[in-house]
Each structure stands twice: as C-alpha cells, then as structure tokens.
Design a protein around this ligand. Structure first.
Ligand code: AMP
Ligand code: MG
Length: 400
C-alpha cells in the first residue's frame, strides 16, 4: 500500500498534455491560460482623479478659485491650471496640466463660478486624490502567468489588457460511470435492497467544476461483460475515465480485472488513506502523446467525493497545464478528537469556526454523504496519530 503523497505524485507525473485553443473572453471562466499575459500599457494610463472634486494647485488650497472647466472621464482637459483657477473633475478623468491636487467635492462649495472650501480643516490636505500613471502596472509587466485557472478577476485583467480572445488549454473529455447491481438512478422507485446513485451525479458536478466535458454513461451492472464494454466505450470516447464502485475485495468487484483486460497498467490500487483506500489509477499509453487514464474510486460516496478533489481534480487541471491542490491551512482544533486505527492518513470532514478553530462534523464514515452538507473542509490526521488535542493544529484542505 502506498502513501497518499506517493499516489498523488504518480497521478500528477502521468498528467496529459492537452493542446491549446482560442476562446472568447465570455468563455474563459475556469479555463487554464495557455500563455503569459503582459500589460500593453501603463495602468493607470494617465494621471487620473480618484474622486469627484476640483483639480488645483496644492499651494492654493483654501483660496477661492475660479472654475475654468468641468472635466468628465474620457475627455482631454482643455485648460491648464494657472494661479487662481481650478477645474471641476470627475472620478477617472485626466488631471489637467498645472494641477497637483484634487479636493473632494464633499469638502467644497461652488458659488458664482468660484470654488471654496467648506471647512478649513487640515485632514483632507493629506491625500491629493491623484492616481499616477503607471502606479499599478507598467507597460510590459507580467499580469497573468500561463497555467493560471481563470477567475473572474483574471477575466477582468484579460479585458483590461485588451484581450477579447484568449489562448487556453483544451478541456479533457471525461467519461463517468457508476457500477453496482444495487445502484439505481434517483427517479426510480426503490426496492428495499437498492441504493440511489449519488456518486455519478456528484462526479458529474465535480468534473464540470473543472470545465471538462462530461460523458455520463450511467450505471453498469456488476457483470464482467458489461463492465468490459463500458470501459472500452469510455476509453474510446474520452481522455479520462472515472468509475465508482467495484474496486474493493468483494466477490463482485470486477473493475480492476477488467481495467487490466482492457490493456491498462494499474499504477496503484491501494492508498494509505481513509476514506478512499481502494482508489485505483491506471494508464494506457497508446503512443507517445496519447495517454488514457482510468480513476476507479471506491463506491462509498464520501470516499469518491474526497478522492476526486484530492487526486482527480489536480490531475485534470495539471493536464490542462495548470496547478491545483485544495487550499492548505494549519488550524487549531476547537475540541479534542480521537480515532481507533492509525495506520492510514485520515481525512475528516470539519467546519471552520468563526474564531479560526475547526470542529469535526457528525460523521459516521465513508457512506455518510449527508455529513458533507455541513462540512467546510477536510482535516488531516497523519499516519500514526491517534488523537488531536484541543488547541493542537492540524492541516486543513479546503476544496475550491
Ligand atoms: P463498492 O465500492 O462497489 O464495494 O461499494 C461500496 C459502497 O458504496 C456500497 O455500500 C455501495 O452500495 C455504495 N455505492 C456504490 N456505488 C454507489 C453510487 N454510485 N452511489 C451511492 N452509493 C454507492
Ligand atoms: Mg459495488
């Protein structure tokens, strides 16, 4: 049995290299940038007013000043500020020549074409309310690195750098199916022995969160022939296949055997992690640039959910040229908690409290998917550790 860290390394070492494509700005959310993005101009591109107010010479602040112009954002000022004058100016407008100060409109009164201060307080003299050309960004600065997963802020940066079309990695096609004779879709009237397919739906949503294309193949019975056919179809049509169930040591757990029959090399089939021990990863190299992979995750819903976030999502994003791991923090436990077996890394659903401590949620084990409705994140209990004391720190993984 390998450690979780070794499993993650094997998975990432086998990432694919997806080609690039151009997409419109509106289609960039969650995609991975394929090139570095540089600034094509200074930001701000000119000295600009940070407020609505009056542009003037600082040494004349406090004198009544004749208003010579009203400068709106987007227009070039016509008048230079000379002694005894000022220009009304709007937020974002170009500072006129001769001005080195903008007084906020709230601190002024304008009567008969002259601007005067309301109160002669010193406070507002401290800030000149000018944003200088290039103070945020200089032309040629690196704005976004290749491999960035595009957030709304990154889309804003792309827009500000003049991109309406962006080069990103193509997304993988991900085939998903659930296995198990007892598994039925949510709309089916249940027999007492049946279990609703939650994994298939959860994996679809998790996969969609990476922007990948999903091909959902539904539920496959625990039959070697049907599983064989399903695996062949999925690997034919998809870059990545995710299977849940059928990977443990039960009499009807045919998935590992079928994966081998289909020509895959199983790189691991047991990971020292709880939940998710039977997580299986297999690769088939058709030629040097075609690399099909199968993740076969245990059927218990919490195992499948956590192992997707911890292994599959990093794989998908790395295949798109990006880097993703759940956000890692070190937080103190609000209360003591213990576990019986210490030979595996334990991943425990927790809530993060407003005071920055964490507490485990009520959780009965890997079948208890309802517990995840209340969890903010997962805490790690390292191999060999039985107990986390109140106040003791643990590593927390936040799924993003
Ligand atoms: P398995 O990994 O096939 O041995 O399944 C382990 C447990 O997870 C069993 O209790 C299954 O009924 C349950 N299970 C398997 N697949 C699913 C699924 N798609 N949705 C919900 N529960 C599942
Ligand atoms: Mg099963």
């Amino acid at each position: 049995m390998i450690s979780f860290e070794e499993a993650l390394k094997i998975v990432l070492d086998n990432a694919q290299f997806l080609p690039h494509e151009s997409v419109k700005l509106e289609d960039t959310a969650g995609r991975v940038l394929a090139s570095d993005i540089y600034a094509d101009r200074d930001m701000p591109p000119f000295d600009k007013s940070a407020v609505d107010g009056y542009a003037l010479k600082r040494e004349e602040l406090g004198n009544p000043l004749r208003v010579v112009e009203n400068i709106a954002a987007g227009y070039v000022p016509k008048n230079e500020i000379v002694s005894g004058t000022c220009s009304k100016i709007m937020t974002g407008a170009v500072i006129p020549a001769g001005a080195d100060f903008v007084v906020m409109v709230e601190d002024t009164i304008e009567v008969n074409g002259f601007m005067d201060l309301k109160e002669k307080e010193e406070e507002f003299k401290k800030r000149n309310n000018i944003c200088y050309k290039g103070e945020d960004i200089s032309e040629g600065d690196l704005l976004l690195s290749r491999g960035t997963v595009i957030s709304p802020a990154a889309t804003a940066i792309l827009a500000s750098a003049g991109f309406s079309v962006v080069s990103v990695s193509k997304v993988p096609v991900v085939g998903i199916f659930s296995t198990g004779d007892e598994i039925v879709e949510p709309e089916v009237t249940l027999l007492p022995s049946q279990i609703r397919n939650s994994n298939g739906w959860q994996l679809r949503m998790q996969t969609l969160s990476t922007c990948s294309k999903v091909k959902y193949y539904g539920i496959v019975k625990d039959s070697p022939e049907l599983l064989h056919a399903a695996v062949l179809k999925s690997i034919e049509e998809c870059d990545i296949t995710i299977i849940t169930g059928g990977v443990s040591a039960g009499d009807f757990d045919y998935v590992p055997g079928i994966i081998k029959e289909c020509g895959f090399n199983i790189l691991f089939d047991k990971v020292s992690v709880q939940p998710g021990k039977p997580s299986t990863f297999a690769v088939k190299r058709a030629d040097y640039n075609e690399n099909k992979v199968i993740f076969a995750l245990p059927g218990n819903p919490v195992s499948s959910l956590i192992q997707f976030e911890m292994l599959v999502k990093p794989y998908i994003i790395k295949s798109m040229g990006g880097n993703y791991l759940p956000l890692k923090l070190s937080l103190p436990a609000a209360e003591e908690f213990t576990r019986k077996n210490t030979e595996r890394l334990s991943l425990v659903p927790i809530v993060i409290n407003p005071d920055g401590t964490f507490s485990p949620v009520r959780y009965n084990g890997s079948a208890h998917i309802a517990a995840m409705a209340h969890a903010d994140a997962i805490a790690e209990i390292p191999v060999g550790v039985k107990q986390i004391l109140a106040g003791e720190k643990a590593t927390i993984h936040i799924f993003r």
